[in-house]
Design a protein around this ligand. Structure first.
Ligand code: FES
Length: 158
């Protein structure tokens, strides 16, 4: 799926973001956040356009997009679960949480439900080990998870 990002309004917003930085290249992360917020993902076409706009090699833009799990190269569901799979969460039941989510949503990590409502990603420590096992539901942290909480979250977002 290609996304054409350079409409006049879009470009104006990118200029505003870039103008906050002395070196235009430093605006890469905020520009990527903006593009993702508007488009729901960062396509290869968008990476190319962003690279040209900021005068950064497209391969560097792609490296940044693929390094951070916060950036998506495919469209995610309306409710995107990013489940922590690192040690503290794993030791406190994270694997059961992941298995339960897969069963309830009938998808595997990296997939989106056919109705586009849910997607599931496995991520490394989100820095909230004190509420393990935990996950991010879009931008919100959900912790001390158990199967009942997962079911409630799914029902709320159906
Ligand atoms: S190990 Fe899961 S949040 Fe740190």
């Amino acid at each position: 799926m290609e996304v054409i990002i350079f409409t006049e309004d879009f470009l104006l917003e990118l200029y505003k973001i870039a103008s906050r930085y002395e070196d235009r290249k430093a605006a890469l992360l905020p520009v990527l956040h903006y593009v993702q917020e508007k488009e729901g993902m960062i396509s290869l076409e968008a990476e190319k356009d962003i690279g040209e706009f900021l005068d950064i090699p497209v391969v560097h833009v792609h490296d940044v997009v693929s390094f951070y799990h916060l950036f998506h190269q495919t469209k995610k569901g309306k409710c995107h679960f990013s489940v922590c799979q690192t040690t503290s969460c794993a030791l406190l039941g994270g694997e059961d949480i992941i298995e339960h989510l897969q069963k309830r949503l009938n998808i595997k990590p990296g997939e989106t439900t056919p109705d586009g409502k849910f997607s599931l990603t496995l991520v490394e420590c989100l820095g909230a080990c004190e509420i393990a096992p935990m996950m991010q539901c879009n931008k919100e942290y959900k912790g001390l998870l158990n199967k009942k909480k997962i079911d409630e979250l799914i029902d709320q977002n159906r």
